[in-house]
Design a protein around this ligand. Structure first.
Ligand SMILES: [Fe+2]
Length: 247
């Protein structure tokens, strides 16, 4: 009988307090595997604690764009306060772990995972940026980005907003973000991503024969502690995003 239960997490961003709660919750749900879709160790937060949780809980991990950016700036001054803080927190074991993260992952013949899209770790798979809001792309556009993927279920992160989109060919699940419920970005145009709450998000995919169900989980945790750590590291914007889920 084809029966499996997969926990999908993404975009932890060094928030070990949120990750602790997510892993505790997952452990109560009898899952077969936990997949982490990247952006794990970038943020003004607890990178060592996050790393220890990831390596001690038997996860499948892939890289995110921000994990890649850390490696690209190891030997130069990035000029970024947060990136320099991140670098100051990394030990050799963590750097080695980052270097070995794959771009994407084929879980089996049913599930494929990537941080953003199969082609890029920075372009959104589901979301399109309009002048003053974020919308969901039409089905054909999404299917076109996934045309080389054989698996029916595609899991992706990067946007920090949980979504389930069913196209003609695929079922796409974005679990949202464990550690950062809001942010703004200048690339490729200024936009904001917001959950309007401070909770830690992830998803569980349940497959029983041909039936697929998805649990979207939204957990309370001690976000105040994470927000204070962001303030200690001079990121008052991150502190607000963590406390409120609003930019
Ligand atoms: Fe992210």
């Amino acid at each position: 009988m084809n029966k499996k239960k997969i926990a999908v997490i993404s975009d932890i961003h060094g928030n070990s307090m949120a990750l602790t709660e997510v892993i505790r919750d997952i452990k109560n749900r009898d899952v077969d595997i936990i997949i982490n879709l990247g952006d794990s160790l970038y943020g003004p937060l607890d990178l060592k604690g996050t790393f220890e949780l990831l390596v001690n809980n038997n996860l499948i991990n892939i890289s995110g764009n921000q994990d890649r950016i850390i490696l690209e700036n190891l030997d130069q001054d990035s000029g970024s306060l947060t990136l320099e803080y991140v670098k100051s927190q990394l030990n050799d074991k963590m750097i080695d772990w980052l270097r070995h993260l794959p771009f994407d992952t084929i879980i089996d013949n049913e599930i494929y995972g990537c941080h953003a899209t199969p082609q890029s770790d920075t372009n959104y798979l589901l979301e399109k940026l309009e002048k003053d809001h974020v919308a969901i792309k039409n089905k054909n556009e999404i299917d076109d980005l996934l045309k080389d993927i054989k698996q029916k279920i595609v899991i992706c992160g990067h946007s920090h907003v949980a979504n389930i989109v069913e196209t003609d060919n695929k079922l796409i699940v974005n679990p949202g973000s464990v550690g950062l419920p809001a942010y703004d970005d200048e690339f490729p145009i200024y936009h904001t991503m917001q959950n309007y709450n401070p909770r830690a998000n992830y998803s569980i995919i349940n497959i029983v024969e041909d039936s697929i169900s998805i649990d979207r989980v939204s957990l309370d945790y001690d976000f105040e502690e994470s927000a204070r750590l962001a303030e200690t590291n001079k990121r008052h914007d991150w502190a607000k995003w963590i406390r409120t889920g609003i930019v």
